[in-house]
Design a protein around this ligand. Structure first.
Ligand code: NAD
Length: 421
């Protein structure tokens, strides 16, 4: 495939993937065009301009921020906030819709939303990042609310960003910790939220491996992306007995057939901000990482990293979509035809939003949750959703993604009908 076609496939991937995956479920469920329109379109899409003096006050740059609220039939809008130079409206729209299906699948009382700012945060000072975040909150404030729309961390945002968010919102609304989730524990954050998405990915991996009769102990796992989700998934899977033979971040990957010391890698990445310079193992490119011999591949970086040019080299029998939309629909088709089992994002990485739900409940109740309860209840939600999906996939003879979408779409549609939207 030419470079241009590949770029097109990846950039189309967000909006097209959503429509194509949704269409399959709609067909299975026998829904009509009017019902499809209700499910497809966003409730509200907002973009804001944020001027900011950067480079020590020398230059004023105007950044664009977005919030897309897709559907709130089942509860307030819920979804992360990402800071990345590639952020644009189509991507945020697709990710917002994905959140609607995710919250419905794991049966928590939220709808779906997503936000982002088109910015490379590594080029800003900490003070600039704080001002940018606070101005974003000021401009979005009218559409946010603890019963309206509750953001959370995503790519390149973290508990500190959520703390600024909470503080800025609280200046005009009183102290409202439930306005965002993923906060530091000292400000009403939930014990176990930071690691919840990665731990949930590990738990789902264990269920899926059992399903395809591969023992978790000794299973060879490759993980692309070593941020919040990838690193905690790796730590947990290693603790559960899996062998993590490949890891990577935006600067490249590492391979060690004997298994990488993930604790050491995580400590190194936390200190330095990435894996660059962590010398253990063999250095490889991110493309080569996808082709490593392994049982499980866990893409935990960005959208569209597994596409038509990389799909053919994938040797894993199981792919767990820890990132949102990491596989283009074309690659998805080919992988499934080759017999690769794919656990879709809306199931695989839902541990984070489940823990966010517990944090929101904790903030509303002003009553602290214990870490062990968080983990146990998160696994209960994931296990129920996993069983629902596997049972429906068997019953209707479809892949796991189509089954997952069917479960979600039916629940959202029922709420829409009951409320009379
Ligand atoms: P993060 O910013 O903490 O980490 C992203 C990681 O991916 C970093 O290690 C970065 O270096 C790496 N990366 C970026 N581009 C890459 C590339 N081209 N190749 C390889 N690695 C690359 O982000 P995160 O919070 O871990 O999110 C990762 C994915 O998981 C995203 O798709 C996000 O939407 C999804 N997700 C996150 C959460 C959450 O709670 N944080 C919840 C659900 C889904």
């Amino acid at each position: 495939m030419s470079k241009n076609n590949m770029k097109e496939e990846i950039s189309c991937c967000c909006h097209d993937n959503q429509t194509i995956f949704l269409d399959k479920a709609i067909k299975q469920l026998g829904l009509n065009t009017d019902q499809k329109q209700l499910l497809l379109h966003s409730f509200r899409e907002i973009s804001v301009q944020i001027p900011l003096k950067v480079g020590g006050g020398e230059i004023t740059h105007t950044f664009t921020g977005y919030r897309v609220q897709h559907n709130h039939a089942r509860g307030p809008f819920k979804g992360g906030l990402r800071y990345h130079p590639d952020v644009q409206i189509d991507e945020i729209r697709a990710l917002a819709q994905l959140m609607t299906w995710k919250t419905a699948l794991v049966d928590i009382p939220f709808g779906g939303a997503k936000g982002g700012i088109s910015v490379d945060p590594s080029l800003l000072s900490i003070e600039e990042l704080e001002t940018l975040t606070r101005r974003f909150v000021q401009k979005m404030e009218p559409v946010l609310g603890v019963n309206e729309d509750i953001p959370a961390p995503d790519v390149n945002t973290n508990p500190q960003v959520m703390a600024w968010f909470f503080d800025e919102y609280s200046k005009t609304n009183g102290s409202v910790p439930g306005i965002v989730t993923g906060k530091p524990i000292e400000l009403g954050g939930l014990k176990g939220r930071l690691e919840a998405t990665g731990y949930g990915v590990a738990y789902i991996t264990s269920l899926a491996l059992e399903q395809i009769n591969i023992p978790l102990k000794g299973a060879k796992v490759v993980i692309q992306g070593f941020g919040n989700v990838g690193s905690y998934a790796a730590l947990r899977l290693q603790a559960m007995g899996a062998s993590i033979v490949g890891i990577s971040d935006k600067d490249g990957g590492l391979f060690d057939a004997e298994g990488i010391d993930i604790k050491a890698a995580a400590q190194f990445a936390q200190k330095t901000g990435g894996l660059k310079g962590f010398f253990e193992g063999k250095l490889i490119s991110n493309v080569a990482l996808l082709a490593l011999p392994c049982d499980v591949l866990i893409p935990a970086a960005l959208e569209g990293t597994v596409h038509c040019d990389t799909e053919a080299d994938v040797k894993a029998k199981l792919i767990i979509e820890a990132a949102n939309m990491p596989i283009t629909h074309m690659a998805d088709d080919k992988l499934r035809k080759r017999g690769v089992t794919i656990v879709p994002d809306i199931l695989a990485n839902a541990g984070g939003v489940i823990a966010s739900y517990f944090e929101w409940v904790q903030n509303i109740q002003r009553f602290e949750w214990q870490r062990s309860v968080v983990q146990e209840r998160m696994e209960e939600h994931l296990s129920r959703a996993y069983k629902d999906v596997v049972a429906l996939a068997k019953e209707t003879d479809v892949d796991l993604r189509t089954a997952a979408y069917q479960v979600s779409v039916s629940r959202v549609l029922r709420a829409i009908e009951l409320r009379g939207f």
